[in-house]
Design a protein around this ligand. Structure first.
Ligand SMILES: NC(=O)c1ccc[n+]([C@@H]2O[C@H](COP(=O)([O-])OP(=O)(O)OC[C@H]3O[C@@H](n4cnc5c(N)ncnc54)[C@H](O)[C@@H]3O)[C@@H](O)[C@H]2O)c1
Length: 277
């Protein structure tokens, strides 16, 4: 039987809001990369709603600044809401990270948290992978995380600490046909996170990653629009549904907060259990 929810919400994503609030984060400032849409856009709004000022950067500068305007307008009357600034920022360019940090310091006077979220998801048979696909994917998914981490760490070192969260993926621990480029790039993000945590820990800089499974964004539209692909995908998810971006935000918010102050080098799966299948 097909009900309305399963028609409009094919993977039956749980859309209910999450209540967590960590008051110590109010008045702090974050940078989020790849925040023009998808999970980054949701993170931007959820942090602002919880009193965090945020600089969002995206390759698509127009989408980014339109979104920032929309969030600020939506929450202009919300007591305690943070402010959002959107800038054009290509994570493959180290200077773009410096620009985001400078924007946060100029506009908000501080920078406490950094989220390396931007990512791309190419698919190709292994023998068809081109040098361009490899360079472009590693450029965004791996180099982009390293450059963002460097900018954040240089600043955090000068102010006595900070929190960095990198977006890895369940793909980091899985092998799947046509996904060698993406999956290996996310394995690199997971290990880069551990290396950063070990090296930056003595400066009170915590570095953790999140490993989402199938989350309801444009990146997984190809799965959601193909019933056979959706069935196959959900058969590898013990909870038998897609995740909602807000469910990934719950892990991000925890890792950024002081509740996680003794946690570094961790990789939190938010995948309905799929890394085990
Ligand atoms: N959606 C999922 O199921 C899923 C699962 C595991 C991991 N992830 C990871 O989570 C992160 C967010 O994914 P999403 O689903 O929101 O993706 P999305 O495709 O909806 O959004 C990605 C954003 O990154 C931006 N971007 C791409 N290249 C960029 C660049 N060079 N510089 C700056 N911005 C750039 C895009 O413009 C876009 O706004 C990615 O790192 C992705 O790999 C997603």
């Amino acid at each position: 039987m097909t009900d309305l929810a399963s028609t409009t919400n094919p993977g039956r994503v749980d859309l209910s809001p999450l209540p967590a609030r960590n008051p110590e984060l109010v008045g702090r400032t974050a940078v989020i990369t790849g925040a023009g849409r998808g999970m980054g856009a949701l993170f931007l709004e959820e942090l602002a709603l919880r009193g965090v000022d945020v600089v969002g950067g995206d390759l698509d500068g127009t989408a980014m600044s339109d979104l920032a305007d929309k969030i600020n307008a939506n929450h202009s009357g919300t007591e305690g809401a943070g402010r959002v600034i959107g800038v054009a920022a290509d994570v493959t360019d180290p200077a773009a990270h410096d620009l985001m940090a400078e924007t946060a310091l100029r506009e908000f006077g501080r920078l406490d948290m950094w989220v390396n979220n931007a990512g791309v998801f190419p698919q190709a048979d292994f023998t068809d992978i081109t040098p361009e696909q490899l360079a472009a994917t590693y450029g965004v998914n791996v180099n982009g995380v390293a450059y963002g981490g460097q900018t954040a760490a240089r600043h955090f070192r000068s102010v006595g600490g900070g929190a960095i969260v990198n977006m890895a993926s369940v793909a980091a621990v899985r092998a799947r046909v046509t996904r060698a480029t993406y999956n290996s790039s996310k394995a690199a993000v997971k290990h880069l996170t551990t290396c950063m945590a070990v090296e930056l820990g003595p400066d009170n800089i915590r570095v953790n990653s999140i490993a989402p499974g199938f989350i309801d964004t444009e990146m997984t539209r190809w799965v959601q629009e193909d019933p056979a692909a959706l069935d196959k995908a959900l058969s590898t998810v013990p909870l038998r549904r897609l995740g909602a971006p807000v469910e990934v935000f719950a892990a991000l918010y925890f890792l950024l907060s002081d509740s996680a102050r003794y946690i570094t080098g961790a990789n939190i799966p938010v995948d309905g259990g799929s890394q085990h299948v």
